[in-house]
Write a protein that binds this ligand. Structure first.
Ligand SMILES: [Zn+2]
Length: 105
Protein backbone atom coordinates (compact mmCIF):
# COMPACT_ATOMS: atom_id res chain seq x y z
CA UNK A 1 0.00 0.00 0.00
CA UNK A 2 2.77 2.47 0.93
CA UNK A 3 4.84 1.30 -2.04
CA UNK A 4 1.88 1.88 -4.31
CA UNK A 5 1.34 5.36 -2.84
CA UNK A 6 5.03 6.15 -3.22
CA UNK A 7 4.94 4.94 -6.81
CA UNK A 8 2.35 7.59 -7.60
CA UNK A 9 4.38 10.50 -6.21
CA UNK A 10 5.70 12.75 -8.97
CA UNK A 11 9.48 12.35 -9.34
CA UNK A 12 10.49 15.86 -8.21
CA UNK A 13 8.50 15.49 -4.99
CA UNK A 14 9.80 11.95 -4.54
CA UNK A 15 13.33 13.39 -4.74
CA UNK A 16 12.57 16.13 -2.21
CA UNK A 17 11.09 13.57 0.18
CA UNK A 18 14.24 11.47 -0.19
CA UNK A 19 16.39 14.57 0.42
CA UNK A 20 14.32 15.18 3.57
CA UNK A 21 15.24 11.69 4.76
CA UNK A 22 18.89 12.54 4.26
CA UNK A 23 18.47 15.94 5.94
CA UNK A 24 17.00 14.35 9.06
CA UNK A 25 13.37 15.45 8.85
CA UNK A 26 11.42 14.04 11.76
CA UNK A 27 8.33 11.85 11.55
CA UNK A 28 6.47 12.03 14.84
CA UNK A 29 3.93 9.22 14.60
CA UNK A 30 0.84 9.70 16.75
CA UNK A 31 -1.20 6.82 15.43
CA UNK A 32 -0.22 3.66 13.57
CA UNK A 33 -2.79 0.96 13.14
CA UNK A 34 -2.47 -1.99 10.80
CA UNK A 35 -5.53 -2.99 8.84
CA UNK A 36 -6.14 -5.77 6.31
CA UNK A 37 -5.21 -3.62 3.34
CA UNK A 38 -2.36 -1.65 4.82
CA UNK A 39 -1.79 0.83 7.59
CA UNK A 40 -3.56 3.88 9.01
CA UNK A 41 -1.09 6.61 9.99
CA UNK A 42 -1.39 10.02 11.60
CA UNK A 43 1.40 12.25 12.78
CA UNK A 44 3.61 15.24 12.13
CA UNK A 45 6.55 15.88 9.85
CA UNK A 46 8.92 18.42 11.42
CA UNK A 47 11.97 20.24 10.08
CA UNK A 48 13.44 23.75 10.08
CA UNK A 49 10.83 24.95 12.58
CA UNK A 50 8.01 23.83 10.29
CA UNK A 51 5.35 21.29 11.12
CA UNK A 52 2.90 19.49 8.85
CA UNK A 53 0.05 17.18 9.88
CA UNK A 54 -0.10 13.99 7.83
CA UNK A 55 -2.81 11.38 7.50
CA UNK A 56 -2.45 8.23 5.40
CA UNK A 57 -4.77 5.25 5.09
CA UNK A 58 -5.39 2.60 2.40
CA UNK A 59 -8.17 4.77 0.99
CA UNK A 60 -6.91 8.32 1.43
CA UNK A 61 -4.04 10.60 2.30
CA UNK A 62 -3.65 14.24 3.27
CA UNK A 63 -1.08 16.80 4.39
CA UNK A 64 -1.49 20.28 5.83
CA UNK A 65 1.00 21.82 3.35
CA UNK A 66 0.12 24.14 0.48
CA UNK A 67 1.04 21.54 -2.11
CA UNK A 68 -1.65 19.21 -0.86
CA UNK A 69 -4.23 21.74 0.37
CA UNK A 70 -4.08 23.99 -2.70
CA UNK A 71 -3.10 21.55 -5.44
CA UNK A 72 -4.33 18.25 -4.01
CA UNK A 73 -1.02 16.64 -4.90
CA UNK A 74 0.87 13.79 -3.24
CA UNK A 75 3.48 16.04 -1.67
CA UNK A 76 7.07 15.51 -0.55
CA UNK A 77 5.87 15.06 3.06
CA UNK A 78 3.60 12.17 2.12
CA UNK A 79 6.47 10.68 0.10
CA UNK A 80 8.80 11.11 3.07
CA UNK A 81 6.40 9.44 5.53
CA UNK A 82 5.82 6.52 3.14
CA UNK A 83 9.61 6.04 2.86
CA UNK A 84 10.16 6.18 6.62
CA UNK A 85 7.31 3.76 7.30
CA UNK A 86 8.50 1.32 4.61
CA UNK A 87 11.98 1.43 6.14
CA UNK A 88 10.51 0.87 9.61
CA UNK A 89 8.44 -2.12 8.48
CA UNK A 90 11.40 -3.62 6.60
CA UNK A 91 13.68 -3.23 9.62
CA UNK A 92 11.11 -4.85 11.90
CA UNK A 93 10.61 -7.73 9.47
CA UNK A 94 14.33 -8.33 9.13
CA UNK A 95 14.63 -8.42 12.91
CA UNK A 96 11.74 -10.94 12.97
CA UNK A 97 9.79 -8.72 15.27
CA UNK A 98 6.12 -7.95 15.27
CA UNK A 99 5.61 -4.48 13.84
CA UNK A 100 4.53 -2.23 16.67
CA UNK A 101 1.21 -0.48 16.59
CA UNK A 102 0.86 2.93 18.15
CA UNK A 103 -2.60 4.05 19.15
CA UNK A 104 -2.71 7.30 21.00
CA UNK A 105 -5.23 9.49 19.17
ZN1 LIG B 1 2.86 18.05 2.41
Amino acid sequence: MLRKLLGKVESGRFGRGLAGLQAGWQWEVKYRFFVARGVVLRGFVKYEGKIFAISISPKSYSCSCQDYVVRGIRCKHIAFVAMVELAYEAAERSAHRQVQEVRSL
